[in-house]
Design a binder for this molecule. Structure first.
Ligand SMILES: C[S@@+](CC[C@H](N)C(=O)[O-])C[C@H]1O[C@@H](n2cnc3c(N)ncnc32)[C@H](O)[C@@H]1O
Length: 225
């Protein structure tokens, strides 16, 4: 299934072949998540994984936070890139509410040999982030936000406290399948309204530099000033 808005299946295949191959644990995660059915749509695409990896390299990420782990693809992709730079010092803190999904994630992290570098915090990310801000304010290099859309504004405010100046915050699904450009959907759907409000807020926020990109289902990027 293509998760890239506006790209034909042929172009999606081309983009995949133009990127490097996934780590074998990422490939297994993708195949087994696809077999879970419709929920597999929640997983980022391989090209988004490659993009997150390059972002991690660009900010030389040693400590990262992810909100919305699911079956672990984006966390593992990010951690592998961080590990290539910082070795055993690389660390990712993942937040999710689902024991089932993250139980699957742990098997791929174990296969890749990085289980001890990913800390999983189970529970509502709003509460988890409150604890993380107390422990890691200003110390995080990169944060990927990919959980419930109505939580994005709260996650953004916590992320701004967590990241160091120059640290990177990324939000997935900011195109929301195209719904963010439909006033009727903004008026009637809470997720769409939250995403549109967040995009406007980040655009006008002088605490960050930002770019709204159309990779996958849209990735909004903000760098703390
Ligand atoms: C879109 S999926 C994440 C996909 C993942 N980043 C990947 O690439 O595979 C969203 C995840 O957010 C989790 N989630 C939803 N609401 C949450 C909340 N309030 N706090 C923490 N996690 C939440 C869900 O359990 C789900 O696993």
């Amino acid at each position: 299934m293509s998760r890239s808005i506006g790209l034909s299946p042929d172009l999606v295949s081309y983009v995949r072949s133009a990127n490097r191959s996934e780590h074998q644990a990422l490939a297994r995660c993708r195949v087994e998540t696809d077999a879970m059915g419709d929920v597999a749509r929640m997983q980022i695409s391989p090209e988004q994984g490659a993009f997150l990896q390059l972002c991690a390299r660009l900010v030389s990420a040693r400590l990262a936070v992810e909100i919305g782990v699911f079956t672990g693809y984006s966390a593992l992709a990010t951690l592998l890139a961080m590990r290539a730079i910082h070795g055993d010092d690389a660390r990712l803190i993942g937040c999710d509410v689902s024991e089932d999904y993250t139980g699957r994630a742990r098997t791929y992290w174990a296969e890749a040999g990085v289980s001890d570098q990913i800390d999983l915090c189970l529970g509502d990310a709003r509460e988890t982030l409150g604890r993380l801000v107390k422990a890691y304010a200003g110390k995080v290099d990169m944060i990927f936000i990919d959980a419930d859309k109505t939580g994005y504004d709260a996650y953004y405010e916590a992320a701004l406290k967590l990241v160091r100046p120059g640290g990177l915050i990324l939000f997935d699904n900011v195109l929301w399948g195209g719904d963010v450009a439909r006033p009727d959907r903004i008026a009637t759907d809470a997720d769409t309204a939250a995403l549109a409000a967040l995009a406007a807020k980040v655009r006008d926020d002088d605490r960050v530099d930002m770019a709204f990109t159309t990779i996958g289902d849209g990735i909004l990027m903000a760098v703390r000033r």
